[in-house]
Design a protein around this ligand. Structure first.
Ligand code: PEP
Length: 246
């Protein structure tokens, strides 16, 4: 049985004031049967951790692959772990596009996270043009193969896969539950060919304009194990409503 995973990706949004407001109204005092993970900008992690309960985990939005050294601006996996995070996002499409992160680099980041005992959420997904050309699964499987080739298949259970079609991120367009469910099933099948137990145990979550209205329909899909939420996670009430949709 896979435990649900609901993650809040604040991207480059927020302030200390917003962290306080969010934490005050985000009441998570019981285990709701899901891993709830907040990903504020790294500079706010400490404040967020100090204000949330033990039922709320935290993570960084990215990591640098070097262990330490002369890499200005980078944050090592061990440092993320050191400040009490258990998770990290790798390969978000905004980083793949804006910072030119390749599948190979994302795979290295996944490996660095695992080596530091962090749980990586790797984001995969296709553009609308790729989907329209019938190539959505080819894109997603290439992104995943890079990780499996470098790290092996069984490590996937230590993290999670976020299927995030690029055309649905921050656009208000959502994949239909069926489209998402189909892609999740194909991803699970890809893993199952290599290792059935890993396929059964790996969490595959959906991201792309998830909100309180559509979350329930997404979670009703057997293959959808939770959500990576951007815009709707910036306010405690809408993020809490998404969790409640479980
Ligand atoms: C995301 O940032 O991963 C995301 C899915 O954003 P949004 O929910 O705003 O589409």
């Amino acid at each position: 049985m896979r435990r649900y995973l609901i993650a809040a990706n604040w991207k480059m949004h927020g302030s200390l004031e917003m962290v306080h407001k969010f934490a005050e109204s985000f009441d998570q005092d019981v285990d709701l049967g899901a891993d709830v993970v907040l990903f504020p900008p790294a500079v706010y992690l400490n404040a967020m951790q100090g204000l949330t309960s033990k039922f709320v985990q935290s993570g960084a939005q990215d990591l640098g692959v070097a262990l330490q050294g002369a890499h200005t601006g980078e944050i090592a996996a061990s440092m993320i772990k050191d400040v009490g995070c258990s998770w990290v996002i790798v390969g978000h499409s905004e980083r793949r596009n804006d910072q030119g992160e390749s599948d190979a680099l994302v795979a290295q980041k996944f490996a660095s996270a695992i080596a530091a005992d962090l749980r990586p959420i790797v984001c995969v997904g296709e553009t609308l043009a790729q989907r329209d050309a019938g190539g959505a699964f080819a894109v997603v499987s290439k992104q995943l193969r890079a990780i499996i080739d470098l790290c092996g298949v069984s490590v996937l259970v230590k993290g999670a896969i976020a299927y995030e079609p690029l055309w649905a991120i921050g656009t208000g367009l959502t994949a239909t539950p069926e489209q998402a469910g189909q892609m999740h099933a194909s991803i699970r099948e890809l893993i199952a060919v290599l290792d059935k137990d890993t396929a059964k145990a790996t969490r595959i979550i959906y991201g792309g304009s998830v909100n309180p209205e559509n979350a329930g329909l997404m979670f009703a899909q057997e293959e959808i194990d939770g959500a990576l939420v951007g815009g709707a996670s910036l306010q405690a009430h809408s993020f809490a409503a998404i969790i409640a949709a479980l």
